[in-house]
Design a protein around this ligand. Structure first.
Ligand code: COA
Length: 126
């Protein structure tokens, strides 16, 4: 609950273990994680989070960078994601990392109900 108002349960997390799942920890402490799914040339960033104490230190950017490197190796060309439209910090974070808004999904979230912005960025070859 520290990261999200409507967190995933363990079963939904386990369903994603076949995709790119990164965890950063220091002994005994979770620092951050990211989960992405690949479907042909299109990949989706399903979730990313950094625990409060470790935010604004570049951890989220590093997780994103490393996820993108692995998605690229697996043939992905575009990365998209949904974000709550009130999540200003995440929207700034994504803008800073090259994402642009391409659409909106009305009533996409629950607890509390809210629209999602759909963001996308190119995964350019290195
Ligand atoms: C979004 C999140 C993952 C960012 O992680 P982070 O490790 O703090 O991000 P970084 O330190 O890599 O920040 C990179 C850039 O994002 C922007 N940014 C990050 N946090 C910000 C904040 N609180 N206010 C304004 N801009 C911010 C800045 O442009 C920052 O670059 P700068 O430090 O050079 O100004 C983190 O805030 C988080 O876990 N939030 C809760 C979970 C969440 O909302 N996840 C996304 C759901 S879609």
């Amino acid at each position: 609950m520290e990261l999200f108002s409507d967190p995933w349960n363990p079963d939904s997390l386990l369903e994603c273990l076949g995709d790119v799942f990164l965890v950063i920890e220091v002994p005994g402490e979770l620092v951050g994680y990211s989960i992405s799914r690949i479907g042909g040339p299109e990949a989706e960033l399903l979730s990313i989070g950094v625990t409060k104490k470790w935010r604004k230190m570049g951890v989220g950017g590093r997780l994103l960078e490393e996820s993108i490197a692995r998605l690229r190796e697996n043939g992905a060309e575009d990365l998209f994601l949904e974000v709550r439209e009130s999540n200003e910090v995440a929207i700034l974070f994504y803008a800073r990392n090259g994402f642009r808004e391409v659409g909106k999904r009305i009533g996409y979230y629950r607890f509390p109900p809210e629209n999602a912005l759909v963001l996308i960025r190119k995964i350019l070859p290195v």
